[in-house]
Design a protein around this ligand. Structure first.
Ligand SMILES: Cc1cc2nc3c(=O)[nH]c(=O)nc-3n(C[C@H](O)[C@H](O)[C@H](O)COP(=O)(O)OP(=O)(O)OC[C@H]3O[C@@H](n4cnc5c(N)ncnc54)[C@H](O)[C@@H]3O)c2cc1C
Length: 404
């Protein structure tokens, strides 16, 4: 099998650094936001997947944001992804993460799927028929992306999948799965393949149980996936998932997640400011209080830092520079670590600023209680400890401390 020619939208991104290009993107996102807002109290309370918001993502063709126009997609850039993820995150972090993770999977198909999978699957994603779930985490190895324990077996022209997945966002509603498994005939756990499976080709079992602190509407359930797929459903080359992780999964995860988290915290700050400046807020809060002003300033400062880092990293990734260079890896990882910490800290600060009634109770219009629970997952979603360990090794070798 050979890698397809480099004519797709994802590579195009490199030619258009940092610029959005999908007309009417904000209107499409606004349609999803309106639906999300209508259902978010219930989806959080019931830990239920936001099927209505997913329908809106299908209808508005946003599921095909990164699919090239020749396959019917919107042909969006990384800047479009970051913009849409932020706007969705302002409304609901679960919906934002569902969207960002799907786009990350779609980009891997765009760039690495072989024929005939490529021409079969991309138009279905573009048309909103296929919502993709991600299966990388495994029980024994936790979140470690570059290893896999479950073996993929090749039997002639078919690949046999038998994989337990402890946490799959939207797994009960996904139309297709991208799954990491140990390559056929692999000598070590580092030889990982990425394989695509349509939902209808799999036997799926699992309790469906999901009762987390936050991210409740992400409905990230444990699942057992079993079945066979054609051999051409391997995405990229067998044993070479590392390349997809380095070039697509890592960068798009860190950019997409950070954009969602920034949006989530910015949405919370915006709602707090609306409350403070409303007639009722002006009666309840002293807007000249130095303590209040300092707390608002600190929250804003944290978000400014994340925004600047996000834009800088976006430009680096979109310019097509070699991301395996340690200084660039360090920047990419810093974005994820910093965004996860600062967005959470900003919202925590806002809770102090407005106090118990509007900071701690579920029914406040600020939604700080929900947002804090959701943002607590950011440091855990691909553990910051893992990234610090990798960063520490790279930083140790760079005695000159050269920045990307
Ligand atoms: C809301 C949400 C949705 C998710 N959706 C999906 C999904 O759809 N598909 C999917 O595959 N996964 C998903 N994940 C899993 C996620 O990508 C991570 O893999 C997962 O959160 C890591 O699990 P873990 O806590 O076992 O972390 P691990 O990274 O395995 O770490 C376990 C513990 O060990 C510590 N640790 C880890 N490595 C080191 C180290 N080297 N040195 C010191 N300490 C270390 C960590 O701090 C942590 O306390 C989701 C997670 C969340 C929170």
């Amino acid at each position: 099998m050979t890698t397809p020619p480099v004519t797709d939208a994802f590579d195009d991104l490199a030619a258009q650094p940092g610029t959005p290009r999908v007309p009417g993107l904000a209107d499409r996102v606004a349609e999803v936001v309106a639906v999300t807002e209508e259902h978010l109290a219930r989806t959080d309370r019931e830990a239920a997947f936001p099927v209505e918001a997913l329908d809106a993502l299908r209808r508005t063709r946003l599921l095909g944001l990164l699919v090239p126009p020749q396959h019917g997609g919107l042909g969006g850039t990384l800047a479009d992804l970051v913009e849409a993820a932020q706007l969705l995150g302002r409304s609901d972090m679960s919906v934002g993460m569902i969207f960002a993770m799907h786009c990350q999977q779609a980009a891997a198909v765009v760039r690495y799927a072989h024929e005939p999978l490529r021409t079969q699957l991309l138009p279905r994603i573009a048309a909103g028929e296929v919502y993709l779930a991600s299966v990388t985490t495994e029980s024994g190895k936790g979140g470690h992306l570059l290893t896999s324990e479950a073996p993929l077996h090749q039997d002639g022209a078919r690949l046999a999948i038998d994989r337990f997945a402890p946490i799959v966002t939207g797994g009960a509603h996904a139309d297709g799965f991208l799954i990491t498994m140990r390559s056929p005939d692999a000598d070590s756990a580092n030889e990982v393949s990425l394989v695509y499976a349509d939902r209808e080709t799999l036997r799926i079992s699992g309790s469906g149980d999901w009762q987390p602190m936050g991210m409740r509407a992400s409905h990230s359930i444990p699942m057992k996936l079993q079945g066979t797929v054609p051999a051409h459903h391997v995405v990229g080359e067998h044993g070479n998932f590392r390349e997809i992780a380095d070039k697509v999964f890592g960068p798009l995860a860190h950019l997409g997640w950070s954009a969602v988290w920034l949006g989530t915290a910015a949405g919370a700050l915006s709602r707090v400011l609306r409350l403070l400046r409303s007639p009722a807020g002006k009666k309840q809060f002293d807007l000249r209080s130095e303590l209040l002003l300092t707390r608002i300033s600190r929250a804003r400062q944290r978000l400014e830092s994340v925004h600047a880092l996000l834009q800088r990293t976006l430009r680096m990734v979109a310019s097509g520079e070699d991301l395996s260079v340690p200084s660039r890896q360090l920047l990419l990882n810093s974005l994820k670590i910093t965004a996860s910490q600062e967005c959470f800290a900003a919202v925590d600060e806002l809770i102090e600023a407005v106090g118990l009634r509007h900071g701690y109770l579920k029914d406040s219009q600020t939604r700080l209680e929900l947002v804090l629970r959701d943002l607590r997952s950011a440091a855990l979603n691909y553990s910051n400890d893992r990234l610090h360990l990798a960063d520490g090794r790279m930083a140790l070798l760079d005695q000159g401390v050269r920045f990307a």
